[in-house]
Design a protein around this ligand. Structure first.
Ligand SMILES: Cc1ncc(COP(=O)(O)O)c(C=O)c1O
Length: 408
């Protein structure tokens, strides 16, 4: 007999998490139980416009019909083989993804942090095997205020003390320079440099967009000095900024592109290192791997994601609605907004600290039916699904105005 579990309220469910869940997050007090498109619903049936989109993992909205259908079809056939055997979905996925990014080869992984870790290993191996750096001496240059994930190696080159404190000893071999500073980058690069690893837009730092010319400058510098340009597009890529990749805003093709988040269509974790052949071919059997990386379910969903992006529709929507977002935030500047940065349908908004912290503003917006997340201090990040309508976006900007001018 099936036992009937009594429905629990939001407050009861939040309370139930407390003793059994590690406290490594501080979620907003909303308990989501279903979602469709740009909207989520909590256990009491209240609806919220999702203006975070799973940190850009939900670029196509919740449960996009084409992605759900691809997942269902694959669930009915084959879900996992491991890479001990071939599966009939992986080659097609890799071909389509390489073509989408203008690169040659794909290393499939699962989470964003795994893609970054894999790129660190590939860049080091490339430095020893191809560039001729003496063994054990390869360096990777990264930017201050980066966010590339949470593993011990990745937090080794974080400049966020909250992410690092208590987790040493750290992995050596990284040099940190200020973001958006080509002279500092040039000074840090030498004959040991395997790669420069940066985010084309720093997402977690508050959607920090570098000056025009920076990404092209990184490309020129890395080419001239003979090291790899690794672009972490895990948050900025796959349509968010109005282009497939954020580096396209400067017509740049890096040597290595890291993808994750939206590549899994909001259904399964899918990430990838996509690179020039000369780079990824440094890996040989046994040198790197993942039980789940490239599994047929992930490949089927990833292929469906690539198919959506091949239409160009989502990139266009992000570019067009990005103008509405920018103009809306411009209009709020001086009325609670003290600064903002946008790239496509993605914004970091600095709220007047007198109005509240980013957390407080996020809670007020939640009570008004809008879900966002603060980053640091009084900054909130807006990254709605690219499927949002203009009307919904204008409605969200109206609610933000209401909250900021204190009439909420
Ligand atoms: C730019 C960037 N790289 C890497 C990651 C890590 O991704 P994951 O949380 O899937 O490990 C993130 C996550 O926010 C990110 O924004």
């Amino acid at each position: 007999m099936t036992s009937v579990v009594p429905a629990r309220t939001s407050a009861e469910l939040i309370g139930a998490e407390e003793p059994v869940l590690a406290h490594n997050y501080h979620p907003l007090p909303v308990v989501v139980s279903r979602a469709e498109g740009t909207w989520v619903e909590d256990v009491e049936g209240r609806r919220y416009l999702d203006m975070l989109a799973g940190y850009s993992a939900l670029n196509f909205g919740h449960r996009h019909p084409a992605l759900i259908e691809a997942a269902h079809r694959q669930l009915d056939r084959l879900t996992l083989t491991s890479r001990a055997f071939h599966n009939d979905r992986l080659a097609g996925f890799a071909e389509r993804l390489a073509a989408l990014t203008g690169l040659d080869m794909v290393l499939p992984m699962n989470t964003g942090a795994e893609a970054v870790e894999s790129a660190v290993k590939v860049a080091r191996k490339w430095a020893y095997d191809v560039k001729g750096v003496p063994d054990g001496r390869a360096t990777i240059v990264v930017a201050a205020d980066n966010f590339h994930g949470r593993t011990t190696t990745i937090v080794s080159f974080s400049t966020d003390e909250v992410a690092r404190a208590g987790f040493g000893p750290f992995t050596p071999g990284f040099r940190v320079v200020p973001y958006n500073d080509l002279a500092a980058l040039e000074a840090a690069v030498d004959e040991t440099t395997a790669a420069v690893l940066i985010e084309p837009v720093q997402g977690e730092a508050g959607v920090v967009v570098p000056d025009d010319g920076y990404l092209a400058g990184v490309r020129e510098l890395t080419r001239r000095t003979g090291c790899l340009f690794v672009a972490d597009e895990i948050q900025s890529g796959l349509g968010r900024t109005g282009r497939t990749l954020a580096v396209e805003h400067e017509s740049v093709v890096p040597d290595v592109v890291l993808l994750g988040k939206a590549l899994g269509g909001g259904i399964v974790p899918v990430s990838a290192v996509v690179a020039r052949r000369e780079v990824l071919q440094v890996l040989h059997p046994g040198e790197h791997g993942s039980t789940f990386g490239g599994n047929p379910l992930a490949a089927a969903v990833g292929t469906a994601v690539v198919e959506l992006l091949e239409t160009g529709e989502f990139q266009r929507r992000a570019a067009d609605l990005g103008v509405v977002l920018r103009e809306g935030l411009q209009a709020l500047t001086g009325s609670g907004v003290v600064g903002f940065r946008t790239r496509g349908l993605w914004a970091g908004v600095d709220v007047d600290p007198a109005i509240g912290t980013g957390r407080e503003v996020s809670e007020r917006l939640m009570r008004e039916g809008i879900l966002v997340k603060d980053t640091h201090g009084s900054t909130i990040r807006l990254a709605p699904p690219l499927t949002i309508t203009e009307e919904e976006l204008r409605g969200a900007l109206g609610t933000l105005e209401k909250v900021l001018v204190g009439h909420a």
